[in-house]
Design a protein around this ligand. Structure first.
Ligand code: CDP
Ligand code: MG
Length: 138
């Protein structure tokens, strides 16, 4: 059993895709074990994307993640980290296969709708960052 952190980014919330995206996660056989709609603090987003701090898109991706409400969730299940990454599709939606969330609903890398943790260590850190209050269910 693994836990991973999923974000529906502001573009996905604005397009009313919370239901569709959550349904795909649950249909895959994974469970949503925490969920909240929040206006993310800039400091949270900068920590979240700290690995990209030196990249040219860092400022823009942080602006974007703080431009509107974000839906943060913890997703739990067998091999959840890898399964969710596959369900989301490639980072650039133009490379994402049809049938993935990004391949079906997104067109640009700047607005690729969703985030999920890259590996188990990132998942632990990101869950602690986005859910400092803890989660309801394991
Ligand atoms: O989100 P994912 O783990 O697939 O990709 P990442 O390489 O960790 O990049 C984080 C986010 O930065 C992406 O989801 C994109 O929204 C954004 N990004 C960008 O705007 N331009 C790039 N060249 C690369 C990433
Ligand atoms: Mg990443």
């Amino acid at each position: 059993m693994e836990k991973t952190l999923v974000l529906i980014k502001p573009g996905g919330v604005a397009r009313n895709l919370i239901g569709v995206i959550s349904q795909r996660i649950e249909s895959r056989g994974l469970s949503i074990t925490a969920m909240k709609l929040i206006n993310a603090e800039r400091s949270t987003v900068e920590k979240h994307y700290a690995e990209h701090a030196s990249r040219p898109f860092f400022g823009e991706v942080c602006d974007y993640l703080t431009s509107g409400p974000v839906l943060a969730m913890v997703v739990s299940g067998t091999n959840a980290v890898k399964a969710i990454r596959a369900t989301m599709g490639a980072t650039n939606p133009l490379d994402a296969s049809p049938g993935t969330i990004r391949g079906d609903f997104a067109l640009s890398i700047e607005d690729n709708l969703v985030h999920s943790s890259a590996d188990l260590e990132a998942a632990q850190n990101e869950i602690a960052l986005w859910f400092p209050e803890g989660i309801v269910k394991n």
